[in-house]
Design a protein around this ligand. Sequence first.
Ligand code: GLP
Length: 259
Amino acid sequence: MEIIVLPDTDAVARTAADVLEEQVRSGPSVLGLATGSTPLGTYRELIDRHRRNGLSFADAQAFLLDEYVGLAASHPASYHSVIRNEFTDSVDFAPGAVHGLDGSTKDPEAEAARYDRSIAAAGGVDVQILGIGTDGHVGFNEPMSSLASRTRIKTLTRQTRQDNARFFDHPDDVPEHVLTQGLGTIRDARHLLLLGLGEAKADAVAAAVEGPVAAVCPASALQLHPHVTVLLDTAAASKLAHTEYYQYTFGRKPAWQRF
Ligand code: GLP
């Protein structure tokens, strides 16, 4: 893991956007997109680069990480709607190039299997953006998710439903079930970009990157991946034991070495 502690949320957004821009400019790309608050600055930065510098997503495809079960794509809190409003409708993805799970499906198992097949058919994900939940979840892989899991239905913890209640009119409106890429599915992406912002994430970040690999902290499964970049602001990094080493390393990053 390359762990990079940056001064503030803007620096995290700019650095994450640099990684995605380099990927997209390298040729046809498959991006893994996360929802939630954490990547919003990154998406704003990419929209800005699209408008100012002509950064184009016309040859890219995108796959969402997860979706609420029971919400149609048209529901304002569905991750289909969120990613369109926050990012993809503001750049130039081709029609049909942004893929998500169908939360309104009557057959979640078949939908999950279809989704894993469609990611594989696209050639797999080049760069996967990830946020982290306060309980260490990535996507919606709650604690005790199998480290080898594929896309499937999960039940949200009470804590995650509370954390996400701000996106709904009423806390009871937060669905109890979700479809999420599994930890094994996520680890199939060639490059994982984990973003952590704010003090509320500090414990989860510390468990994920410095704790043992254990299903109780699903994000710790990322330690098994050969190419992970962790971008943190100082608040999210505040419970790490080895920050001095991460900063020492980043200060000596060879000029030729990419993220
Ligand atoms: C949500 C999403 C995750 C997200 C995480 C953190 O429930 N399913 O993809 O990374 O929890 O959310 P936020 O970035 O809003 O803190």
